[in-house]
Design a protein around this ligand. Structure first.
Ligand code: HPA
Length: 236
């Protein structure tokens, strides 16, 4: 079996898949943390791998950037490959003053400037939320980690990265913690298909102060988050 974007065989993915935006990060995770990792997808360079973490089968698949790309890959994994749980792992720009570089944000909800949910023709506004069992498990694992500041709340899945018009102030006033670009589509797909999803992010940019992580800081904090996500996957 294959889809337009995934060439993997039936059963090639584990029931839990970690999804970083960057396919090379998927490769890094597979090589660094998984045993017996095999590449299961290479279509468009959007690499996917399956291996084991602490003896539990886990996959890692690049999502690309933005709701449309995440929408495609997560739909295909849920619908055609029997995947049950997707953990998005990424970076984010914080818009709350107490959220600093390296902090971990878990998206209980995902607001958006994307039109992704328009496809469902709902008679109102859908509120995309994380799977509570995933969130509960992941938050407990993160909180037990010394030195890791983890905050749970709303994020904004924005459609525009280089946005010189819309003020983050309006989202900040609504208590939104941080901005990323994919979780809204992931949560919509999980809801529609009866599956589980959670997005977690390390703060790589402080949008209120204009402070950005160095490549080294990005790597270190990203590694802590990968371990939280992998331990979550192993606990499911
Ligand atoms: N905006 C959107 N996505 C991001 C950002 C940002 O500032 N930083 C990291 N991912």
């Amino acid at each position: 079996m294959s889809t337009p974007h995934i060439e993997a065989e039936n059963g090639a993915y584990a029931k839990t898949v970690l999804m970083p935006g960057d396919p090379l990060r998927a490769k890094f995770i597979a090589k660094t943390f998984l045993t017996d990792a095999v590449q299961v997808n290479g279509v468009r360079g959007m690499l996917g791998f399956t291996g084991k973490y602490k003896g539990v089968p886990v996959s890692v698949q690049g999502s690309g950037m933005g709701c449309p790309s995440m929408g495609i890959y997560s739909y295909e994994l849920f619908q055609f490959y029997g995947v049950e749980n997707i953990l998005r792992i990424g970076t984010t720009g914080s818009i709350r003053a107490d959220l600093h570089l390296g902090d971990l944000v878990m998206a209980a909800g995902a607001c958006t400037s994307s039109n992704y949910a328009a496809q469902y023709h709902l008679p109102g506004t859908f509120a995309p939320i994380a799977s509570f069992p995933l969130l509960k498990t992941a938050e407990a694992i993160a909180s037990a980690r010394e030195g890791l500041h983890c905050v749970v709340g709303n994020v904004l899945s924005a459609d525009v990265f280089y946005d010189d018009v819309s003020p983050v102030d309006d989202w900040k006033k609504m208590g939104v913690l941080a901005i990323e670009m994919e979780s809204n589509a992931l949560y919509c797909n999980a809801a529609r298909l009866g599956k589980n999803a959670l997005g977690m992010f390390t703060v790589s940019d402080e949008l209120l102060t204009g402070v950005h992580a160095t490549p080294e800081q990005r790597q270190t904090s990203f590694t802590a988050m990968m371990e939280v996500a992998l331990d979550t996957a192993a606990a499911l």
